[in-house]
Design a protein around this ligand. Structure first.
Ligand SMILES: *Cc1c(COP(=O)(O)O)cnc(C)c1O
Length: 387
């Protein structure tokens, strides 16, 4: 696999304030004016100056500039979480009576947003199997927005992003993709014709399980529309401290992603040769080569064979921990059986039929032999009890 040339993950010396080796955290809400004329000029739009951190903050702007460069877009905006970024990328563009076309097995809280809030405001979402490119394209006429996530959550099925984005543009349908899994290092959706890219920076971009953050990247005109409503009026902006933490994480993104990719592939291949596993859901192990992807994240899923007890298996793990989220240094699992029991009508696990035997695994940065040994041990215990 080749990776396209891309900009440095660290701000050039000449652009760094005071040539500081790490970005300063501008922990300020407001930026002051010298005179009446200065504040009046800014309000009248005659000059451009920092005003208030819900609009712009230099630490957040530094991260926004970096993500825009990595995604190959004109602009980006930081939000307080991945979900705030998804709201920022979708809500400003839909109104009552509109239809969204979304891929099945999208992130479960994005599904919940569409099925609760958006449905209440009169926006309908139809779900299509994203691996069936023609089915997605056939659903586009009359839609306002197409929402992609490639690969999808839990099933890790990829879409033909370029074909779908091209068809959407021809029909005047806005395209949005969640690119959290691949990161801009392994997939640049705007190069494939997608309009807006969303990131849960809480995952790989920050990379240390210590920061909630989100980003939207895209062309200036769409980001300006997002600014009118999401940035200023929804107000779920990224904080300067969180921007700093994401910037810090980004410095090691390349080597972390290499390690997550290699670890994920090693574990996925080992599990696919294990009789106690009936299926491994990893894009590298699917029939069609994933177009557009130049590397793999370390998050995937596998199905335990009937003889194994899910609960015993989970409790027997010693290295891998039980917990949601992913993208940090520690390996984590979520059992589908537990996720299927999530309360509430808008339960994506039930709607899209995630198997109760599916386990989602985020391969962290531990030595891969330790992860393999842990899985082998827990699979053995899960089997003994069931026998
Ligand atoms: C976690 C996640 C999100 C949401 O990010 P938060 O920062 O938790 O709001 C969105 N998309 C995907 C694919 C995720 O895994």
């Amino acid at each position: 696999m080749t990776t396209s040339p891309r900009p440095d993950l660290i701000t050039p010396v000449q652009e760094a304030p005071f040539c500081a080796s790490a970005p300063p955290i501008f922990q300020a809400t407001s930026f002051l004016f010298d005179s009446y004329a200065q504040i009046a000029d800014v309000f009248a739009g005659r000059s451009n100056r920092l005003v208030y951190s819900r609009g712009d903050n230099p630490t957040v702007s530094e991260l926004e500039g970096l993500i825009a460069r990595l995604e190959g877009t004109q602009a980006a905006r930081g939000f307080s979480s991945g979900m705030a970024a998804i709201c920022g990328a979708v809500l400003p563009f839909v109104k009552s009576g509109d239809t969204i076309v979304a891929v099945e097995h999208l992130y479960s809280d994005a599904y919940r947003l569409f099925e609760t809030v958006l449905r209440r405001f009169g926006v309908r979402t139809v779900y299509v199997d994203g691996t069936d490119t023609q089915a997605v394209i056939d659903a586009l006429p009359g839609a306002r927005l197409v929402y992609l996530e490639s690969p999808t959550s839990w099933t890790f099925r990829v879409q033909d992003v370029q074909s779908i984005a091209t068809a959407a543009r021809m029909q005047g349908v806005l395209s949005v993709i969640d690119n959290s899994w691949a990161t801009p290092l392994f997939q640049r959706p705007c190069d494939l014709g997608v309009d807006l890219v969303v990131h849960a920076a809480s995952k790989y971009l920050s990379g240390h399980s210590d920061t909630l953050a989100g980003l939207v990247a895209g062309p200036k005109d769409l980001i300006a529309q997002i600014d009118h409503e999401a940035t200023h009026l929804f107000g779920g902006r990224m904080s300067p401290m969180d921007a700093f933490l994401v910037l810090r994480g980004m410095r090691t993104l390349e080597m972390r992603m290499q390690a997550h990719m290699q670890g994920g592939l090693t574990v996925a291949r080992a599990l696919s040769n294990d009789a106690r596993i009936t299926k491994v859901h990893h894009p590298a192990l699917q029939d069609a080569p994933p177009p557009g992807l130049t590397g793999y994240g370390g998050l995937f899923a596998f199905d335990l064979a009937q003889g194994l007890d899910v609960e015993r298996f989970c409790n027997a793990l010693r290295v891998i921990r039980l917990g949601v989220s992913w993208g940090g240094p520690e390996s984590l699992i979520v059992p589908g059986q537990a996720a299927c029991g999530l309360a509430g009508a808008a339960n994506a696990f039930q709607r899209f039929g995630v198997s109760a035997r599916t386990i989602r695994l985020a391969v962290g940065l531990e030595p891969v032999e330790r992860i393999l040994a842990d899985l082998d041990h827990a699979l053995g215990l899960g089997e003994q009890v069931a026998a």
